[in-house]
Design a protein around this ligand. Sequence first.
Ligand code: ADP
Ligand code: MG
Length: 363
Amino acid sequence: MIKVEHLSKRFGAHTVLKDITAEIRKGEVVSIIGPSGTGKSTFLRCLNLLDQPSGGSIEIDGVDILQHKADVPRIRQKMNMVFQSFNLFAHLSVLDNLTLAPMKLRGLSRAVAEEKAHELLRLVGLGEKAGHFPDELSGGQKQRVAIARCLAMEPEIILFDEPTSALDPTMVSEVLAVIRRLAKEGMTMAIVTHEMDFARDVSNRIFYMDEGLVYEEGTPQQIFENPQKEKTRAFIHRIRSLQRRISTADFDFYALNAEIETFCERQFLPRAARHNLLLLVEELLQILRPRLALSPIDLAIGYSEKNGSLELVLESDGSAGDPLEVTNGEDDLSVSIVRGFTDKVTHHLVNGRSRLEVMVRKA
Ligand code: ADP
Ligand code: MG
């Protein structure tokens, strides 16, 4: 359906896309992942000609859209895009947001456009909101309107550029659910996203972008479980784990908590697992706090999607031994709490450091 060959894009002297060769077939869902600044948005914008490519070719259904005198509005209709920031028309009602382009560009009558709009709003769960204005809606609702508006153009492929990045974490799943539904119905889609579990289970293929290239591509299983190239591996590892060094007893506990919460949201960890993890971090740092006088504490959280395990590792000064070893009559409330929220705790000495490995209970 879409065939891209040797696509490049420069902004002045800055080459963002070096040489992209890729194909998206009809009915396929491709997720595009990678560090920020690697040209993911630029790639999507080149596909529907919001950015003019510097070189290479883009074929849609066999027609090179860069060679011929391209009918740009028609291409954008075929390949409609949903943006991170919704881009709704604030001065128009939800209904008018959906009918404007179909009436203008596709020549639909108002009656037909409105009927179709109502149907699409029901599809995204917003049948009741037709008469509302965008600023009366939550972020998740706005993005669902944007998706309905995109569908109103009857695109053959939808390009999503980080559709959930501007949303409160509580609203991510309602938007992803709509995208999942479209995938199930066979819509062809290219989705730039940081929601890795979503990418994994909604996609047929994953493109990992780096160095101005589709650096590695494969099935979700190949990319997430067995990436072949070093940078892909490092990226996948980094997003699956969180590492922090705590150097003083005055560290910013709230900032750390917030980082852990964001990490859990990205991994789609169940609420109970997140709760248990936060509680364990708090209790264990409380227990280990005296050791900060001797050496920093290294904290690592790792989530393995493969076996669903959530592991917390804390390394601290080794001279004091196992921090969970309670000696007679000490206040062991923290220790009991820790034991209550873990499936397994092990302690080793590694290179003179005390290493506590905690399997977090997920329910
Ligand atoms: P990503 O979506 O992967 O984060 P982008 O495609 O947004 O990356 O950007 C890739 C690079 O291209 C960045 O270094 C960015 O600064 C640059 N860039 C993007 N758009 C423009 C533009 N219109 N003019 C100049 N540089 C741009
Ligand atoms: Mg981007």
